[in-house]
Design a protein around this ligand. Structure first.
Ligand code: URA
Length: 237
């Protein structure tokens, strides 16, 4: 594949922009500058650098982001900065999308990819991929509320009651709630329908993949092949 096409596929701009970057000597392969936009390389696994920043060719981009509070999962945010401002330009350039959005005030694990099939597989309620939320509540959680969440609550605009796939009390005002759907404000609405109120919400796992302790708020990282395998398995189960 031609170097200009490789760069374009990885989100570095239009072909014209990529050719210009290459001709300006901004691109290196194996630490040697390559100024020929038409030089051919096998893309799979190719390591290259742009302005000294190392990259690896990836057919699709799959990343996790530790979403902080006060960021919107939108490209055109209305009231807060966008989560896309936390990602490097080429990831935004290749149009990664969130795999299920989080509210502006929700923190935690957010996956992003440019693989539409992956997004569909992980978000379709039919695939039953579990998403685990740590829910801090305003009032102490009682047994009746836990039972209600497990049995199912009727949400406005939903045809049938929705139950938590799992619901565990961790502390007086902290539960871990597992959902297989991703409906609008689902956790907040379910907890409200059970007679309590969400004070803080954090997604801690998706399909068996947990938010790593060493990924600070606002940081992102590539998903490892083992992470992807686990997620695809969760969607196939
Ligand atoms: N449920 C909510 O209410 N908000 C989120 O951000 C995610 C799930």
């Amino acid at each position: 594949m031609q170097l200009d096409r490789i760069l374009q596929s990885q989100g570095f701009g239009s072909r014209k922009q990529c050719r210009a970057m290459i001709r300006h000597g901004q691109v290196a392969i194996d630490n040697a500058t390559c100024a020929d936009p038409f030089a051919e390389f096998a893309p799979e696994g190719l390591h290259f650098s742009v302005d000294g920043e190392p990259w690896q060719y990836r057919e699709h981009a799959y990343v996790m982001l530790h979403k902080p509070q006060g960021y919107e999962c939108s490209r055109a945010p209305k009231h807060h900065p966008s989560i896309f401002s936390l990602l490097p330009e080429p990831l935004v350039g290749r149009e990664v999308q969130p795999v299920g959005r989080l509210d502006e005030d929700t923190t935690g694990l957010l996956l992003l990819t440019d693989d539409g099939q992956f997004i569909h597989a992980l978000t379709s309620p039919k695939r039953k991929v579990p998403k685990v939320y740590a829910v801090s509540t305003k009032h102490p959680v009682d047994d009746a509320q836990l039972a209600t969440l497990r049995r199912g609550v009727q949400l406005h605009d939903e045809p049938a009651p929705i139950a938590a796939a799992n619901c565990e009390q961790i502390a007086e005002r902290l539960i871990h709630l597992t959902l297989i759907e991703g409906k609008y404000h689902q956790v907040k609405r379910m907890v409200a329908a059970a007679g309590n109120r969400v004070e803080a919400l954090r997604r801690i796992a998706i399909g068996g993949l947990t938010l790593p302790d060493d990924l600070a708020e606002g940081e992102w990282r590539w998903l490892e092949p083992a992470d992807l395998e686990r997620l695809w398995q969760a969607a196939d189960a």
